[in-house]
Design a protein around this ligand. Structure first.
Ligand SMILES: *[C@@H]1O[C@H](CO)[C@@H](O)[C@H](O)[C@H]1NC(C)=O
Ligand SMILES: *[C@@H]1O[C@H](CO)[C@@H](O)[C@H](O)[C@H]1NC(C)=O
Ligand SMILES: *[C@@H]1O[C@H](CO)[C@@H](O)[C@H](O)[C@H]1NC(C)=O
Ligand SMILES: *[C@@H]1O[C@H](CO)[C@@H](O)[C@H](O)[C@H]1NC(C)=O
Ligand SMILES: *[C@@H]1O[C@H](CO)[C@@H](O)[C@H](O)[C@H]1NC(C)=O
Length: 416
């Protein structure tokens, strides 16, 4: 089934006429409150999943997850999607937040804007990547709006803005030649002109880190702090790290081993999406079990082996909610295009961004790439480098307390 492309705008317009006051500068950006309303699509999803045939037994039972998703894992998640997964509950949870859409450069941008009651709150932009969404920040948004005190006794809280990347979930698909630099410009407009923040901080993970680094380097008047978990520079090899006499901690050695494995058998999806995005995008367009098979194993392989146990909330329900968002909004296809559109964005020569704004960096042990502190220090005004012994690629779900603490740490360096 194909939704009319303006379905979401229509919903937003209806809600918008009921909710009167917004604190946004509406300007020419046509800002409207937005509610997620996809429950009507769930019967189609469940019937497709329920009617999908899977093999009776695994072809090669010893193959293991590094050969792709295991049949038992796929069956368990599929069964849960049909029988116990409660979309309405997840949707209500997401709708507790204040969602909006705006029109920027001719495109629809969806974002959550959760404000603190504190007048001194720091505006912070949280940027997701692939295969993530605003949903991966759910556990950190409200805590960040709540005032706490830092070690110096100063009150700390945030006005949190979480957009959907262009082509993801409720944001419209950008033109074919759109790059992460264009996204950075669009999000700077969102923060400054649409929402009226003259300065702000940014946090990013995965593609969101690349956008965040572009913002950090290109908008040095408005972006006054960045917290990243990734750099748009190729991470150094094991040999290069050794040749530079860099000593790694035990946690970093685990990350290094996972990075080596990713380089050997983990990056097939990247080549596929970077070169033939329509093949995988259309093959899985109306195939929820296909999207599940393609995404769930990567989510698990990039996460802590303890995912789903405290402090991680990255359980089957979170995985199914994240994949449902891609399937139900028909944006799996446009999301994979971000690879094809940005294959040139990884640099090998480390250069320093032209900004004096503080840069904070965190590495989560079970993630799949490693940048030692010595390398991060080459690209910005590094003021904090942390290694966490729990969590992986999706830190907002896999170790929310650590991510909340890291983002709050921005306040220790915030001078504007
Ligand atoms: C799934 O299919 C089975 C067998 O055809 C049927 O009995 C069951 O009601 C279906 N469940 C859903 C949720 O559609
Ligand atoms: C990208 O494509 C649009 C049309 O979709 C065109 O107006 C624009 O000039 C192009 N930009 C670049 C950098 O090629
Ligand atoms: C995990 O590593 C990836 C690179 O593989 C990076 O893009 C992402 O930002 C990292 N995320 C976290 C939370 O460490
Ligand atoms: C690493 O240490 C060795 C032995 O002390 C030394 O010869 C070499 O110059 C060092 N390399 C760097 C890049 O500092
Ligand atoms: C911003 O960047 C420009 C050059 O790109 C540089 O001259 C200027 O000093 C930078 N400003 C800050 C506040 O870092």
């Amino acid at each position: 089934m194909i939704l009319p492309p303006n379905r979401f705008l229509l919903t937003a317009a209806l809600v918008g006429s009921v909710l009167a006051a917004t604190t946004h500068r509406t300007g020419n950006f046509n800002v409207k409150p937005f509610k997620i309303d996809l429950a009507g699509e769930i019967p189609h999803l469940k019937s497709l999943v329920n009617n999908t045939r899977l093999p009776e037994t695994a072809l090669y039972p010893e193959a293991g997850p590094n050969s792709g998703i295991e049949l038992d894992t796929l069956r368990e998640l599929s069964d849960e999607w049909v029988t116990s997964f409660d979309w309405e509950k997840e949707e209500a949870e997401m709708n507790r937040l204040d969602h909006f859409t705006a029109e920027i450069e001719g495109q629809t941008v969806h974002f959550v804007h959760q404000k603190s009651k504190d007048v001194d709150a720091i505006p912070v932009l949280l940027l997701h990547g692939w295969p993530g969404s605003f949903h991966e920040f759910l556990p950190v948004i409200e805590p960040l709006t709540q005032p706490t005190h830092n070690t110096a006794g100063k009150s700390v809280s945030f006005n949190v803005v979480v957009p959907s990347l262009p082509g993801f979930i409720f944001s419209s698909a950008p033109p074919q030649n759109w790059t992460v630099d264009d996204t950075a410009r669009m999000f700077n407009t969102l923060m400054t002109e649409v929402l009226g923040y003259s300065t702000y901080a940014v946090h990013g993970t995965d593609w969101g880190s690349i956008v965040a680094y572009a913002l950090y380097g290109s908008f040095n008047q408005t972006v006054r702090a960045a917290h990243l978990a990734f750099l748009p520079f190729l991470s150094p090899s094991e040999d290069e790290i050794a040749a530079n006499n860099i000593t790694l901690s035990d946690e970093q050695k685990v990350t290094l081993a996972r990075m080596n494995l990713w380089n050997q058998v983990g990056n097939g999806y990247l080549v596929e999406q970077g070169t033939k995005p329509n093949d995988i995008g259309l093959a899985l367009y109306d195939n929820p079990v296909g999207q599940l098979a393609y995404l769930a194993n990567q989510i698990k392989l990039w996460s802590d082996p303890r995912a789903g146990t405290p402090p991680s909330v990255l359980d089957n329900t979170a995985i199914l909610t994240g994949i449902s968002l891609y399937y139900l909004t028909h944006t799996f296809h446009s999301s994979v295009w971000i690879y094809a559109q940005n294959m040139a964005s990884f640099l090998t020569v480390y250069t320093k961004a032209p900004t004096n704004a503080p840069l904070l960096f965190s590495q989560f042990e079970y993630n799949v790439s490693l940048w030692p502190e010595e390398y991060v220090a080459k690209v910005g005004n590094l003021v904090s480098y942390k290694v966490h012994d729990f969590g992986g690629h999706f830190a907002g779900l896999d170790n929310p307390p650590a991510l909340i603490a890291d983002i709050r740490n921005i306040a220790n360096y915030w001078v504007f």
